[in-house]
Design a protein around this ligand. Structure first.
Ligand SMILES: [Zn+2]
Ligand SMILES: [Zn+2]
Length: 188
């Protein structure tokens, strides 16, 4: 891993900043010069550069094909970058739109018998798939519009607010940039 760190800075009044990445020596110098004299707390967080992250990510084979809904996100991003009213990826308006829209990604939920969901069943038609065929797509949620509370429980996160994907941010962006939203494939 290359020597890069994010600095997570918090003030006594509760303001929180994430800055960097910086090499560790520069990050420490930054803390000495700018953080400690003003009474802020700091924590270092290691960063894995994108080209090295790809090596880790590709150790395991891809799961059951592309993430459902990802094709719509790709089409929407392309439509924003190519919009004749904007000036491509160099336009600050394009970047603002891309960053806003990108957060509203779909989260696919799955359903099936508990044994199959936990990977403890004896079904062996699984083949190269990571999931038992008894596990089928359920609803899709917007990851930022929904409130997902993860307390590390073995039963997974708790969905305090379920906002279906595509949410209104995505449907509004799709209509603005003339992308057709297909009806969701999975049942609810
Ligand atoms: Zn959303
Ligand atoms: Zn099964």
């Amino acid at each position: 891993m290359r020597d890069l760190y994010l600095l997570h800075l918090t003030s006594t009044s509760g303001i929180s900043l994430l800055t960097g990445p910086l090499p560790l020596i520069e990050a420490m110098a930054f803390v000495d010069a700018h953080v400690l004299p003003h009474g802020w707390q700091h924590r270092y967080r290691g960063v894995v550069p994108a080209d090295e992250a790809i090596i880790h990510l590709t150790v395991l084979p891809p799961k059951d094909g592309p993430v459902p809904g990802n094709d719509l996100m790709v089409a929407l991003r392309r439509a924003i970058v190519c919009d004749p009213g904007l000036d491509g990826a160099d336009d600050a308006r394009t970047r603002q739109l891309l960053a806003h829209v990108d957060a509203h990604r779909p989260l696919q939920l799955w359903t099936g018998p508990e044994e199959c969901l936990l990977g403890e069943c004896d079904h062996d038609e699984r083949g190269t798939r990571s999931r038992c065929p008894g596990v089928v797509p359920a609803e899709r949620l917007c990851t930022v519009c929904s409130v997902i509370h993860d307390n590390g429980s073995e039963y997974g996160p708790e969905y305090l607010l379920r906002v279906a994907w595509p949410c209104t941010v995505i449907t509004t962006a799709c209509s603005r940039f003339q992308i057709t939203v297909a009806a969701p494939a999975g049942g609810r």
